[in-house]
Design a protein around this ligand. Sequence first.
Ligand SMILES: Nc1ncnc2c1ncn2[C@@H]1O[C@H](COP(=O)(O)OP(=O)(O)OP(=O)(O)O)[C@@H](O)[C@H]1O
Ligand SMILES: [Mg+2]
Length: 568
Amino acid sequence: MTLNLNTKISLKVKILIITVGVLFLYVSIGTLISSSIFADEYSKALISKSLVIDHSLKSQLDRLLKLGIPLEELTGFEKQCQEIAERYKEISYAMVVDYNGQILFHSDPMQQGRMINDAEILDAVRNEKENTQIFSMEEDYYGTSVPIFDTNGKHLGAVMVGFPVEIITQKTEVIIFSSIIVAFVSFIVTTVILVYTISRWITKPINKLLDVIKDIGEKGDLSRRVKIRSYDEIGQLASSFNQMIQDLEKTRGKLIEAQKDLEKKVKERTSELDEKVVELRESEIATLNILEDLQKTLEDLGQSKNKIEQQNIQLKKLNKIKSDCLNITSHELRTPMSSIKGYIQMMLKGNLGTINDEQKHALDIILRNSNRLNRLIQDILDISRLESGTMKFITRKTGVTKMIKEIAETMQTSADLKGIKINAETGIDVPELTIDIDRITQVVVNLLNNAIKFSPDGSTINIKTRKEKEDVLFEVQDYGRGIPEEHHKKIFQTFYQVDSDADTKFGGAGLGLAICYGIIIAHGGRIWVESTGKPGGGSTFRFTLPVDSVINIEERFKGADVFGLEKG
Ligand SMILES: Nc1ncnc2c1ncn2[C@@H]1O[C@H](COP(=O)(O)OP(=O)(O)OP(=O)(O)O)[C@@H](O)[C@H]1O
Ligand SMILES: [Mg+2]
């Protein structure tokens, strides 16, 4: 309830109520205090005045007494008393009283000769003090008295002047009344001034501020500003408010910008998203198509795989047949070849009768070709065994240095035919190896044969061995025609020759390196060639054999895919 009242009463009225209330209290208290002070002061002034009158009457009397006229014989002094009472309107009476309390002279002739019975007045009459005596008479009058003495100093009585209490009350009432009038008038004037001032200085600016706030609140018009007319608290409030609205306007501007930016970005993103959705749909369709194609391809692939598997089985069967055939054929060829060679050698020695030179020449050719054929049959047999994984390996501890030296010595005979020198060099740290010495000798011999075959007359061939980490490295180096890089891997395939026409003339079939490859792989090693392919630059064939013994090479080798036949 109180809260409602407070909110309904305007600020102007509130200030007015407080100010008027304070003013009213102030004027009331002021009037009360000033009227009581006035009454007091006025009574004092009256007492002083009556004392002056007392003394003036007393001095007149003293003059008469000094002439030697006794007081009780004096006449006509009442006239002086009447004159005084007439002259001073506020005085009620003036009288001369003797020591016994009899009124000798009075401004009212009717009172003359009367005896005073009032004890308080009698006390004042008999008081000898030259001082002012103030007494009240039946509460209606205030009086002052001055004692009278004869020339001998005998106390004769007193001169007394009285004035009514009512006069003070009347005067005080007048003062109070006029004070109230003045207060009321000044009250009205002050209120008017206050209303005007409050309205001009406080409520008007606040109302204007309120108008602007309402406008901003209802219409959202942030361009509105409050006019600043003063630099007091309200002015500062208005200025701060303006500053706040300005900041708000700026912030709102920025917000609008940000919102626009956001809307733009959302639009862009939405359109991008739409595009992406379209793209996604397209890719989905494409993916579905691809999946469909893939399914078909997979089906086709499955069918092809089955076909290939069947073909592979067929191929393996064929390959086995080929190997078996080769094996059998070579075996079958070797026996007649041995008897042919035996008979030729017997004929050449003349065991079967004398032969002429022409016959000897012919038999030499037959023997040479028989040897070639024999070697070819042996190579085909080896390849066939390597391919089928049936080659036999008999391993034992072998001293590499000795083996190499013996091979070099043996091969030097055929190298001598071309004036080629074979240098054999083995490292001191080369350990013994557990290998099939015949097969490894076959590898080194094959490499040396090739080196001699493809080297110019009078050149050198180096054969070296050394330990390298876990392996022993073998190296056959020549200074022949070299092998271009594109043939480096292919030369290890069966029947592959760099220059098939020319190389066949050397009497080879392209099997030597394939056999070397098979044997080295079976031993757990590696074989490769290094050559720039430039004539005279030569070739270096290298192979490794592991230091750790390869236990049971045959078992390991059995079924091994030496020539990658399994890979098709
Ligand atoms: N040291 C070498 N210098 C140049 N070419 C070589 C050398 N060794 C091998 N080749 C090339 O590699 C081919 C394959 O050699 P590989 O020993 O397998 O067959 P071949 O010597 O021709 O015949 P085969 O060894 O069967 O008697 C050779 O025909 C030759 O073209
Ligand atoms: Mg060869």
